[in-house]
Write a protein that binds this ligand. Sequence first.
Ligand SMILES: Cc1cc2nc3c(=O)[nH]c(=O)nc-3n(C[C@H](O)[C@H](O)[C@H](O)COP(=O)(O)OP(=O)(O)OC[C@H]3O[C@@H](n4cnc5c(N)ncnc54)[C@H](O)[C@@H]3O)c2cc1C
Ligand code: SF4
Length: 821
Amino acid sequence: MTTKLEKPKLVLIGNGMAGVRTIEEVLKINPDLFDITIFGSEPHGNYNRIMLSPVLAGEKTIDEILLNDDEWYADNDIILHKGKTVTKIDRTRNQVIADDGSVAAYDRLLLATGSDPFMLPIPGANLPGVITFRDIHDVDQMLAASKKHRNAVVIGGGLLGLEAAKGLAIQGMQVTVIHLMDTLMERQLDNTAGQLLQKSLEDQKLTFLMGAETEAILGDDHVTGVRFKDGSEIPVDIVVMAVGIKPNKSLAEKAGIHCERGVVVSDTMQTYDPKIYAVGECVQHRQSTYGLVAPLFEQGKICANHLVGKGSLRYLGSLTSTKLKVTGIDLFSAGDFVGDDDTEDIIFRDPGRSIYKKLVLKGDRIQGGVMYGDTVDGSWYFQMMQDETDVSEFRDTLLFGKTHLGDSGYGSQSHAVDLEDSAEICGCNGVCKGDIVQAITASNLFTLEDVRSHTKASASCGSCTGLVEQILSSTVGGDYSSSPKKKSLCPCSDHTHDDIRRAILENELKSISAVLHFLKWRKTDGCAKCRPALNYYLLCAWPGDYEDDGQSRFINERVHANIQKDGTFSVIPRMWGGTTTPNELRAIANVADKYKIPSVKVTGGQRIDLLGVNKEDLPAVWSDLNQAGMVSGHAYGKALRTVKTCVGSEWCRFGVQDSTNLGIRLEKALWGSWTPHKFKVAVSGCPRNCAESTIKDFGVVAVDSGWELHVGGNGGIKVRATDFLCKVKTEDEVLEYAQAFIQLYREDAHYLERTAPWIERVGLYSIKEQLIDSDDIRKSYVTRFLLSQKYAQTDPWKEQVTKMEFSREYETLKPEKQLVS
Ligand SMILES: Cc1cc2nc3c(=O)[nH]c(=O)nc-3n(C[C@H](O)[C@H](O)[C@H](O)COP(=O)(O)OP(=O)(O)OC[C@H]3O[C@@H](n4cnc5c(N)ncnc54)[C@H](O)[C@@H]3O)c2cc1C
Ligand code: SF4
């Protein structure tokens, strides 16, 4: 009988980013070498900690940032102890013991215990309401606090502090950032870049107290305020402590493993005990500790190489670069950006556009740099820094970026060419260069928009847009177009949707024939594809002042009902916010009886559908419904469809706001508007979200302190959850943002493009830039929407019934009039 050979045991302590990446590298090299056991204090699988900031800002959900689910551990035969903290390493018996008593023996042990947030040793630091920013639990606490409280203080104006502050502000809190120094992120930015950053964050409604030293956090059983060294105090409800991190070395120290600031490792990532390795933020290597993932992943690769016994690589330390993940802020910093007597600075400054770039050179080699406002070339400079490239040949145009190199004879290939396939390009969505190249070649992509919708790269904060463009250009060469590839609206002309819309506005074209003539359409009458699009673009550009062409609408819009597969129609009257009355129900029942309508059904959008109406009965059906006060539900149109609501605080014991009333107000404000495609809205009275607001084009979810607004959701074949837009306090604000959003969609999206693909094409940040960052722009959309509604809010049923010509459209052809084929 043969016995199965026992594999050596590898135990990992710390189920975080560096540790699990090392295990992945081990599995890549030799998936069968070890029996692997992992202990993690947190009750989750491995997740992308970097993305906690977008989760706090409501731009991502926890599910979206999970890197490895339970299935991954099972598929790789890994025993995972979730929610268990290792409390002892027994180096004599080669085993680890966890807080619940679990024991695991090891042949090789990997420590990846990360860091602990640093807490200022001041009175009150342990009070409830003082929160750190390190893990999912912290984010949950902050989100819960933002729903109950109004005033937050963030202590620390570094990367974490600013991302926390922005996230809390998006959640509706008044946030004050307290920073000891005079410059924000002083370890990454010089004074000029720091001032620019502060100014743009102030424009985004953050308040700063610079050079302020916190002396105590005040409160008895919860935080109530903060006192400073100069004796002044401010009242607050929560304090986020983001003053730095310290390597989590206590377990190793207790086990007698040599530690200084962190767990000391050699170039092979081994601790002073050769069976025990360490990676990540808990490590001190050649006197340095790291707090960014790129160097930790490098460590993981080298460590894996040694764990599997192929040890030839050495870790020699890393240069790091920093980006801030705050929507609308482009910031890049790397290396020594201050310089000394032996260095020279090259500086570019354009205050008008808030652009500032500084490179520090020693001889002809880049030592470091800082960039604000235009960071497209950040990774290129960083690569040259790492490669110690001699820049003397193109030093005079260096600051103008990579694209100017062709002129200086350096060659025109992009630095994206030099990046590894595994290089992460889009931090927000975790997209690597290889994924982008693969999508471009497999799906024949030519434009930035295409790449965005296929891979999501550059679709969130947008800071990697320049790099994505470079990859696109280096992959498809001459065919690349940085602006969308010219895809004509239809074969009748070469003009794109955007060209046509622009021409309509600039040249005051107000009828389809005027557009066809002006833009020299190849086919004089256009076709079934371009005519409905043109009709829509005209009505959007010139409300009340364009020539509507009914025949250019689809059949459903022409007859204001939905054609069914047997040739009959369905009629759905509007029911404001999904509410109705006994009178309306009686009228519907009477109509159903009178016109022998075979089926009456409640729709998913909370309306009543009369199915099987004969075409010739449509005007009479509408007339009867009109008399009972009902108007068309536009269930057939590229228009506002339904506003779905839950019962909300009026009836539901969980409800925190009156969602039904807001739904009615929204529907009354938005009905009648024609849009590029159908547009659905929902309002839920609490985060239980019974109205399914997060799969609607515009979804509203009530929270204690107001309303969360979500956009771009979609049910149907390709389900897409909404993106979080912002949080507002009042119903009036919800109306304002809804009107602005729908108008932006009306003016910007292509005809027949739903909000979901539109947002993926243009990027959420561009929508936020217009609707959130600028009150003036948002209000201008509202003004144009209200103007258009003046003409749109007429009941099409009533119009049709009273129009003389309706009889022809709805007439059934008599046998003698029918054409004989
Ligand atoms: C909000 C936020 C934003 C960030 N943004 C960026 C960014 O934009 N770019 C960037 O490069 N980096 C960023 N970082 C830093 C990056 O996330 C860390 O550098 C990285 O996660 C460190 O990996 P690690 O594995 O060393 O530690 P971690 O990911 O923290 O993992 C350590 C794990 O070990 C567990 N653990 C500790 N002790 C024990 C024990 N005794 N037993 C069992 N489990 C234990 C911990 O609970 C934790 O889950 C950010 C960090 C935060 C918090
Ligand atoms: S979303 Fe909330 S308020 Fe609305 S019905 Fe559901 S539980 Fe009640």
